[in-house]
Design a protein around this ligand. Structure first.
Ligand SMILES: Nc1nc2c(ncn2[C@@H]2O[C@H](COP(=O)(O)OP(=O)(O)OP(=O)(O)O)[C@@H](O)[C@H]2O)c(=O)[nH]1
Length: 382
């Protein structure tokens, strides 16, 4: 039956989740609410009109203190909202205690002037804590206890002397409001924690969704066999590479790399070995071009494209030769397979930064290399 009251104590937050909860409480609960908190001030000031009815003299002192405390609370709230929002909970406690203590003081002043009917306004502040405040339970408990205690110690003794029975009624009302506000604060804490849990769940779902979207986006531009980029990536990022090369005023260059007689490798050793060959050649390309390349792409079945933004003819041919030399060194267990490749190289010496044109020249150079007997490099400069 009392589960809803005790629940906050069951869900003990510790370590990182406690820090996250505090952050949530400040940013999702206290900050949006702190503007509303300011609306308490005009009500407090409006009640100041009653001071003139109940205080026979020095009512202006009460008004002055109300105005001064209001300005103080507004300044504290606005400053904390802006510069130290983590103290907003304490600021709310400060505000309600300030208002309450001023009401008690004015009530006490009224008693010294013979008025014993103007001391119960503080109960409204207690109601406020139960109904509207966003303070955590511990601060509510502290505030409410201090309020009840100060009423019992400062106001009640004088009034008991006046009318014992009526004051007992008032004390019981104060006590009831104290208890109700306390339970309401406890319940509010429990609801805040529940909404924090929902918030955390939604947040982690969002993060997971974002991560899988990222992964999916990467998958759509990645070749699963070689883990090189695919042609979609080339289409998407080609213009960016052209712009970047143009910006740095460096010639673009490409290597079109094709495995020789790949069909016969497949036919002789099977598709699995064929796949391994594609993978092995891709790793050599990555190893030699990874540092310099704008991108390495699996362009077709056993055809690869590397794009560079910074090479002259000699550097481009050096890289091509390294790849050409290393591929036949690959070892394929249980076969006497020796894989070779042909390379078509093309460089944009006229600096037109047209990747499509460059690729088509690379293709022509590759065709020449195949025509001339394979396992070689052919270069076309634009
Ligand atoms: N194992 C495997 N084979 C593939 C893959 N993609 C394409 N192929 C095969 O690669 C072969 C390409 O053969 P061709 O285009 O005739 O080229 P080639 O035999 O290398 O001849 P040249 O290029 O003239 O040396 C075809 O048999 C395709 O089925 C793949 O992902 N894995």
């Amino acid at each position: 039956m009392f589960d809803f009251i005790l629940r906050p104590f069951h869900q003990k937050l510790t370590g990182f989740s406690l820090l996250r909860f505090k952050h949530y409480h400040v940013h999702q609960v206290m900050l949006p609410y702190s503007g509303f908190l300011l609306s308490v001030i005009p009500i407090y000031l409006l009640f100041g009109l009653l001071d003139y009815q109940h205080l026979t003299e020095h009512a202006w002192v009460a008004t002055l203190s109300r105005v001064f405390l209001s300005i103080l609370c507004i300044v504290v709230l606005i400053t904390l909202r802006r510069y130290a929002s983590k103290y907003l909970e304490l600021a709310e406690l400060f505000l309600v205690l300030t208002v309450y203590m001023s009401i008690i003081t004015i009530g006490k002043l009224a008693m010294t002037q013979g008025n014993f009917d103007y001391q119960s306004g503080g109960v409204l502040v207690m109601v406020y804590i139960g109904a509207l405040s966003r303070m955590p339970f511990k601060l509510s408990l502290f505030g409410l206890s201090l309020m009840l205690l100060s009423y019992l110690l400062i106001i009640a003794p004088d009034r008991i002397g006046q009318d014992y029975g009526e004051e007992l009624d008032r004390i019981s009302i104060f006590f009831a409001v104290f208890l109700i506000s306390l339970v309401a604060s406890l319940r509010r804490d429990s609801e805040t924690r529940k909404s924090f849990q929902q918030f955390s769940q939604i947040r982690s779902q969002q993060l997971r969704l974002r991560a899988s979207q990222k992964k999916l986006a990467l998958q759509t531009v990645t070749d699963p066999l070689t883990e090189l980029k695919n042609r979609l990536y080339l289409t998407k990022n080609g213009p960016q590479i052209e712009q970047s090369a143009q910006h740095t005023n460096k010639p673009l260059s490409v290597l079109m790399i094709d495995i020789d007689n790949f069909k016969s490798i497949n036919d002789t050793y099977g598709h699995q070995v064929g796949d391994n060959v594609i993978y092995g050649v891709a790793q050599i390309i990555r190893q030699h071009c990874g540092r310099y390349t704008g991108m390495n792409v699996r362009y077709g079945g056993e055809e690869f494209l590397s794009v560079f933004q910074c090479f002259n003819e000699q550097q481009l041919c050096q890289i091509a030769e390294k790849i050409l030399d290393d591929v036949p060194k690959l070892y394929w267990p249980n076969t006497n397979l020796r894989v070779t490749i042909s390379i078509g190289a093309s460089i944009d010496v006229k600096q037109r930064w047209d990747l499509n044109e460059l690729v088509s020249h690379g293709d022509k150079a590759l065709y020449l290399a195949k025509q001339n007997g394979k396992n070689q490099i052919q270069l076309i400069t634009q």
